[in-house]
Design a protein around this ligand. Structure first.
Ligand code: C2E
Ligand code: CA
Ligand code: CA
Length: 625
């Protein structure tokens, strides 16, 4: 025979596909005979030239290759090379009449899985079965990984509770709808529906019933949208609906409001109890209230927040603007002077190593000591700084101040922690950003005084642009972390491309993980994912020792939170750094300490199991092995 492949039997689905590289028909029969005792059907195809081998590899998926060593038209090592080039993982067993020890070693080095002598063919079946099993295990774990990636990607676009699109997908779709409206010169409304009490009700009736309520409410909302692609759950208690082809008087929006009122008139029934929900609507219109989808959505959200705060059913962005404009102007004015008056301060919060309790770094968190308003937290003024562009100046100040703090600690001792500074995306987009960072670290490129933290959701919105800049900053020696990890639905591809050193898991997940196995699984997945990208994992908002124990058993690297210390002024942080032993007390060595129990794991999932932990905790000491 030459060239063409001959199949010993007609194609049987599910049969093990064996590719036999063998010139001798007799030897081929001997080999087939040896494999007969395998407990699955086997389909063998024989080839004996490089050309036929190549064609067979292209033609379909094989489970295993068994190859002769000496053949007139093809050497076993060449066959091996061809197979490896085509499918690096395909099991390959070399069989030969006579083969020197050195050739065998060579073959194994070039990637053969096993070799055996023709006069010892009894070894063939066990070798065949072992390689098949190993290869299937490899495939199963790859398939499991792929499935997990797919689950994460799905989480990235859909809300798991309602199955509606989430914010990320909504923004993509809105971008498209706005594009179409622009082409057709049409107007479009974004209606953000805030379902008041949705968040608090869950606290009263329990999470499961809370979810049930969300599902029922979202079904009523979905029935009001023009199409399924025009509604999304953009937040825990906020939904967004797009109305395209809007008429000049916005009748369609008013009509939607009426229908919504009717739909929510009937109370929701949950385990025999009735619950009422009052939607507050915020409306922004393209192009009247914003030139692109980002601004329109942002403004619709602002309007819905204002509607809720003032107890209105529905508020158009344009109306709300005039109401709050004066107040905002006054605030802007105060903030403009805050820098000159030296009213900003940084507080510092330690990140500690989860194993030894050593301070691994500190995070700088800005506060505003306003003469009129007292100590103001960033949530209240960062958005205004962003809107007015003042964030650039204030952000640069924060970096310089943080670097100065590091230098002062360094004067006291060699263990001075680096200071992580939060940057917002408008800073990152500033053309001078790299220069500003360089100026702040003052040329100390060997061990720069500061690192940076960037919020995931904002970073991912414009990631391609950011990669180049962040790489330049990384090259300065500055470490970059993703903040609030888990809330922004990073694409895996981007995470791998960004020059990161760490991810900080958002404190919402840490707060929920002991109560909710789903969240625990998610945290475990995030830790594994980050580790597979060689990133360090920091848990934010750690408030209890139980959380530490669970995080430790998941392999998390560092923790940050009130359990160790909240953000404190410079002098307090200095004192805390000096008394390192108070931190050690929180972290007894791995196997010691009456108050540290190795976190019990669920037998099926292998994840930390809080209910088992609680059972353990009730046992008298000494019963825990
Ligand atoms: P972030 O970066 O996620 O900061 C963590 C927030 O969680 C801080 O709030 C911190 O005080 C708080 N926190 C820390 N440990 C715990 C805990 O155990 N439990 C709870 N419940 N909370 C904890 P803060 O200081 O109000 O800062 C809020 C946000 O403002 C920060 O979120 C950050 O995004 C932003 N921010 C702070 N400083 C700056 C800055 O200098 N520049 C910029 N652009 N943004 C900043
Ligand atoms: Ca941060
Ligand atoms: Ca954070």
């Amino acid at each position: 025979m030459s060239g063409a492949a001959k199949t010993s039997e007609p194609k049987r689905p599910g049969a093990v596909q064996v590719l036999l590289v063998e010139d001798s028909e007799d030897d081929a029969m001997l080999i087939s005979y040896r494999l007969e005792r395998h407990d699955e059907p086997i389909e063998t195809t024989r080839v004996d030239t490089a050309f036929a081998l190549q064609a067979a590899l292209e033609a379909k998926r094989w489970d295993i290759v068994i190859s002769d060593y000496h053949m007139p038209l093809l050497s076993g090592l060449v066959a091996l090379e061809l197979v490896r080039r085509h499918s690096p993982d395909l099991p390959f067993i070399l069989v030969s009449a006579a083969i020197g020890e050195d050739v065998a070693v060579d073959a194994m080095r070039s990637g053969a899985n096993d070799y055996l002598m023709k006069d010892k063919l009894a070894r063939l079946l066990p070798a065949f079965q072992r390689e098949l099993r190993a290869s299937r295990l490899r495939h199963a774990s790859i398939a499991e990984r792929d499935a997990q990636k797919e689950r994460i990607e799905h989480l990235a676009h859909y809300d798991p509770t309602t199955g509606l699109a989430n914010r990320v997908l909504f923004e993509e779709r809105l971008c498209e709808l706005v594009g179409r409206a622009r082409e057709k010169r049409e107007r479009l409304a974004v209606v953000v529906v805030h379902l008041d009490r949705l968040g608090t009700v869950a606290g009263v009736i329990g999470r499961q019933a809370g979810d049930e309520l969300v599902v029922q409410a979202s079904a009523r909302l979905a029935s009001l949208a023009q199409e399924a692609v025009r509604i999304a759950r953009i937040d825990a208690d906020r939904f967004a609906i797009v109305v395209s082809g809007l008429d000049p008087q916005c009748h369609a929006v008013h009509e939607l409001q009426q229908r919504m009122k009717a739909a929510f008139d009937t109370a929701f029934l949950l385990s025999g109890r009735e619950f009422g929900l009052d939607p507050s609507l915020g409306v922004a219109i393209y192009p009247d209230d914003g030139a692109n989808e980002v601004i329109v959505l942002h403004n619709a959200e602002a309007a819905s927040a204002q509607a809720r705060n003032t107890g209105m059913e529905c508020l158009f962005y344009a109306e709300q603007m005039t109401a709050s404009a004066a107040e905002k102007l006054a605030m802007e004015d105060r903030l403009r002077h805050a820098l000159e008056r030296n009213e900003f301060v940084l507080h510092y919060q330690p990140k500690v190593d989860i194993r030894g309790g050593k301070v691994a770094g500190v995070e700088a968190l800005i506060r505003w000591r306003s003469a009129e308003l007292g100590l103001v937290y960033p949530a209240l003024f960062i958005p205004i700084l962003e809107e007015t562009g003042l964030i650039l100046e204030v952000g640069a100040w924060a970096m310089r101040e943080a670097a100065a703090a590091h230098r002062r600690w360094r004067e006291r001792g060699p263990d001075a922690p680096r200071v992580a500074v939060n940057v917002s995306v408008s800073q990152l987009h500033d053309p001078d950003f790299v220069a500003i960072v360089r100026a702040a670290i003052g040329g100390e490129s060997a061990a720069p005084p500061i690192d940076l933290e960037i919020t995931e959701s904002l970073l991912m919105a414009d990631v391609e642009q950011s990669i180049a800049k962040l790489s330049e900053i990384r090259d300065l020696g500055v470490g970059i972390s993703i903040d609030d990890f888990g809330t922004g639905y990073s694409s895996l591809a981007y995470l791998a491309k960004l020059p990161l050193v760490a991810v900080k898991i958002d404190r919402l997940f840490i707060a929920a993980m002991l109560e909710d196995p789903g969240t625990m699984r998610l945290v475990a997945t995030m830790v594994d994912l980050a580790h597979s990208l060689q990133l360090k994992v920091v848990a934010e908002g750690v408030e209890s020792k139980e959380q530490v124990a669970a995080l430790r058993s998941l392999g998390c690297d560092e923790i940050q939170g009130y359990l160790v210390s909240g953000p404190v002024p410079f002098d307090d942080m200095t004192a805390l750094l000096a008394s390192g032993d108070t931190l050690q007390a929180l972290f007894p060595a791995d196997d010691a300490g009456p108050d540290f129990v190795r976190f019990p794991r669920d037998q099926n999932s292998g994840l930390p199991d809080p209910s088992a932990a609680r059972r353990f905790a009730r046992m008298p000491p000494g019963t825990i092995s």
